[in-house]
Design a protein around this ligand. Sequence first.
Ligand code: GLN
Length: 534
Amino acid sequence: MANTKYIFVTGGVASSLGKGIISASIGKLLQARGYKITIQKFDPYINIDPGTLNPYEHGECYVTADGQETDLDLGHYERFTGIQTTKANNITTGRIYKSVIEKERRGDYLGKTIQVVPHITDEIKRNIRLLGKKYDFDFVITEIGGTVGDIESLPFLEAIRQLKWELGKDALNIHLTYVPYLAAAGELKSKPTQTSVKQLQGVGIQPDILILRAEHELSSDIRRKIANFCNVDEDCVIPNNDLPTIYEVPVQMQAEGLDTAILRKMNVPAGPTPQLGPWREFLERRHKATEEINIALVGKYDLQDAYKSILEALSQAGTYNDVKVKTHFVNSEKVTPENIAEMLDGMNGAVICPGFGQRGIEGKIIACKYLREHNIPTFGICLGMQMICIEFARNVLGYEDANSSEMDSKTPHNVIDIMEEQKNITNMGGTMRLGAYECILKEGSKTFEAYKQTHIQERHRHRYEFNNKYKKEYERAGMKCVGINPESDLVEIVEIPSLKWYIGTQFHPEYSSTVLNPHPLFLSFVAATKECKK
Ligand code: GLN
């Protein structure tokens, strides 16, 4: 295509309507038509990145291959499109201000007064267009975090208003709103949508397409009414009803004509509608899989979003194993040696979750012991892998005080330890081992059987590492170090080959599991849990 086209996705009425899923679905549908696309998220908060945010505030922190800690919506973008995102795909108000202030200090603005308009808005515009310019994308989809009407999203909306003016048909705004159902009146109400569109119009943006999230079927009457009141073409008012899984959204959006509306509005010839073959096969297989597998998530955050990518990776692997994965949260802070059997009762496998800090770790260690001794498939991820190692050191190697120096800096048996280069770091943001690193697998291991190759690359997000001083002892006692970083010699994967499936990875495999390319370790883990159920 001659010019890169820009699609802006905004949201109104309420948060959590699924702007991320809609953006990912738009990307998926345009990609299926052969276009080169990318999706980026602009977050109006002041943190530089979500790396230092508590999962209760913000859900999971998603890590890109190039080592940026980002919003969890980028996980949806990757899972839907199979395209890797980068540092440039998630920008926050904090990053915009930081760069403007740095330019000011350098003297780049030649004595000007620095203001929100034009300096902040120009920096936002520059960042919106950065990827399109650099990589020749046909479409750049930009999701704006938060809801229209928030004070902090104003500069972003002003930047969109300007870009729409400058780019004409090459820019488009899709606004996602909510149509509530009043049970007492037995009616769907369009007023909140009208109000939200008025707010957008008030800052100079006329939405081109409205997507209406609703828990009930929207009649053509209400769609017509909304079109009329909001100056939007009738076929550009797209209903988005609740669906059994988020993976149905692209198919529903295609059926409702979202992608053809986008193309028409942007003056792009539509051509035949793509079949979405493999995607539909995935959905079909998912519908057919009815046998339930129960998997415990042993962690400290009782919140769906905190382990988002793990849940999605498990659920995808379930589909490819023709089972339905049911996850059960086990709060590691409540686990004791006395109640662990009851807490894991009926589980066909367990994931020991990632995390930071002392809280809940003793419960994780108790769970590791129980799972190991009862030969239940176990997958330790990052902190989970470290807990697997600590439990083994305490109960098999006989070091009762074994620990990670993160939890006990004075332990004489620091089987998990801080790396030399991490020791003097005082800034917490963005300073961990982050992003993709190479790893060489030992042939013959269970992990190798899963990956079927020796060279892999996986994404990391941690400060502490397996202490190589103890490697020989572990191996002699039956826990093998089967994945090694070729540059640093760090242990990235441990497993106990004599058990059915007992594997810990220092990296986060969940970040790279996508709908059409499920992760080999999750596939193999779910297969083991299915076997265990028999
Ligand atoms: N807290 C551990 C570390 O920093 C593990 C981090 C994680 O689970 N992502 O090494």
